[in-house]
Design a protein around this ligand. Sequence first.
Ligand SMILES: NC(=O)c1ccc[n+]([C@@H]2O[C@H](COP(=O)([O-])OP(=O)(O)OC[C@H]3O[C@@H](n4cnc5c(N)ncnc54)[C@H](O)[C@@H]3O)[C@@H](O)[C@H]2O)c1
Length: 208
Amino acid sequence: MKADTFKVGIIGIGYIGKIHLEELSRVEGVEVVAIADANAELVKDIGTRYGIKGTYSDWKKLINDENVEIIHNCTPNNLHFEVNQRVIESGKEIFSEKPLAWNHERPSELWIGKRNEANETFFESPILQDKSTQHYATLPSGHPMGYRDAIVNLFRDYYSAIRDKREGHKTASIHPDFIAGHNEMLILKAALESSKQGTWTEVKYNDV
Ligand SMILES: NC(=O)c1ccc[n+]([C@@H]2O[C@H](COP(=O)([O-])OP(=O)(O)OC[C@H]3O[C@@H](n4cnc5c(N)ncnc54)[C@H](O)[C@@H]3O)[C@@H](O)[C@H]2O)c1
């Protein structure tokens, strides 16, 4: 392992944890060195298959593993807060999963609803995209990118931001942080309220 490789631990190795494990192998300068899951048999099996040395059934032990610098929290929603809090307190970096909230069946389309003009649908294409997002379109037009490519793009942004932080530069990388996650919940809350009342509902963002 190169000295400048980020050493990563994944907590929760179910559906999305396995995708993190596999897709992190496509990200430059990153290596998964530990995994934790309450299912001890699963941890053993995945550890052997992928050659991962650190295998834990207690996620707190993974946080304490000295080889681990960055932790991906892929546990169920009810554990997100506790695990994220512990990781932040440990001083290690955290990449947290979130509750699901998008249309898996049509991932290449973005529907833009408008109040006073016609709604629009934006299709993913490196030709149509703005310069600031063209680097996410890693396949030519006509070759639809997939769900896993979006995850790799997110990982590349995240690790580029960590690299910039360590090197002391301000990062140009954009990736959703905890404030964005909090705002997503406020939008969801307003959407539920709007549906209940049958009226437009203002999103009340907190000053965080
Ligand atoms: N970004 C995405 O596209 C995406 C897709 C699916 C799920 N998710 C999110 O990922 C999270 C996990 O979802 P999933 O579908 O992988 O669930 P899952 O049930 O398949 O996996 C969760 C894993 O966590 C383990 N676990 C449960 N309690 C534990 C504990 N106390 N200690 C250690 N491990 C524990 C389980 O054994 C299981 O292996 C959820 O927040 C979900 O919303 C995101």
